[in-house]
Design a protein around this ligand. Structure first.
Ligand code: NAP
Length: 235
């Protein structure tokens, strides 16, 4: 088992939902967690519990992302783990999507993943270790009505991670992709914790446990892909 104690982990989209649960769980395993999102207040509250760093940043902004990577390396000397989790989505008939909505989803879901991987892949390759975990979605593997733009962004994020896996594997760097079904979070302005969604959705901590399982795999093992659903959701 790969012990996470003192591993330096950057987690994007950490202010709420899945990313917050990942930050908390990795901190509980002894990792040094760098929590990233735009909401500084939520990050301040989280950092009291993780004892790590909180760096407010927009994942789609190249300068912000470079700053997160630089700050982390300045503070901890290295990065071991990157969890690309930040994501946004809205669901409409194709023709009812404003072009801005396309930009927003692709900027966060695809460009955000691209920028963090772009700045960290050379660091990981030079150290011949490192683990990138991307939170995509089961809709990176299926299509559905009202999901044209979000689904396209998740297929693109998945393709990026799949190609990167092939590029970095010879350098001893792991890329793992997680495909969750429905998760009870604030996604698309939802309110988690209702009696209904508790029955029909995964909890954020369920996805965080999947991240932990992937990261704790022994050094010679890479879990390339992991899909999980609530038992009530047909795949
Ligand atoms: P959530 O509760 O809405 O959390 C989204 C997180 O992303 C927040 O921390 C948000 O922080 C951050 N974020 C959004 N835009 C950002 C930006 N420009 N820069 C930095 N951070 C940004 O949603 P969630 O369900 O936890 O979503 C996490 C991931 O899981 C997403 O990639 C989503 O596609 C995926 N997913 C969700 C579900 C589901 O059913 N909920 C299912 C499958 C996959 P700020 O607003 O503070 O920046």
């Amino acid at each position: 088992m790969n012990d996470l104690t003192d591993k330096v982990a950057i987690v994007t989209g950490a202010s709420r939902g899945i990313g917050r649960a990942v930050s908390l769980l990795l901190a509980m395993q002894g990792a040094k967690v760098v929590s990233v999102a735009r909401s500084a207040d939520e990050l301040d509250e989280l950092v009291h519990k993780t004892n790590g760093l909180a760096i407010p940043a927009d994942v789609s902004d190249e300068t912000d992302v470079q700053n997160v990577v630089d700050e982390t390396i300045r503070h901890y000397g290295q990065v071991d783990i990157l969890v690309c989790n930040a994501g946004v989505g809205s669901f409409n008939l194709l023709e009812n999507n404003a072009a801005d909505e396309w930009d927003r989803m692709f900027d966060v879901n695809v460009k955000g993943t691209f920028l963090f991987c772009k700045f960290l892949a050379p660091h990981f390759k030079s150290r011949k270790s490192g683990h990138i975990v991307g939170i995509t979605s089961d809709v990176a593997r299926r299509t559905f009505e009202h999901g044209t733009v979000y689904g396209a962004s998740k297929f693109a994020q998945d393709a990026l991670l799949g190609s990167l896996r092939k590029e970095v594997r010879p350098h001893g760097v792991k890329v793992s992709t997680i495909y969750p079904g429905l998760v009870d979070t604030y996604f698309n302005e939802s309110k988690p914790g209702s009696p209904d969604t508790e029955k029909t959705h995964l909890k954020p901590v369920d996805v965080a446990q999947a991240v932990r399982y992937i990261l704790e795999a022994p050094a010679h093992v890479v879990i390339d892909e992991l899909m999980l659903h609530p038992l009530t959701q047909e795949w």
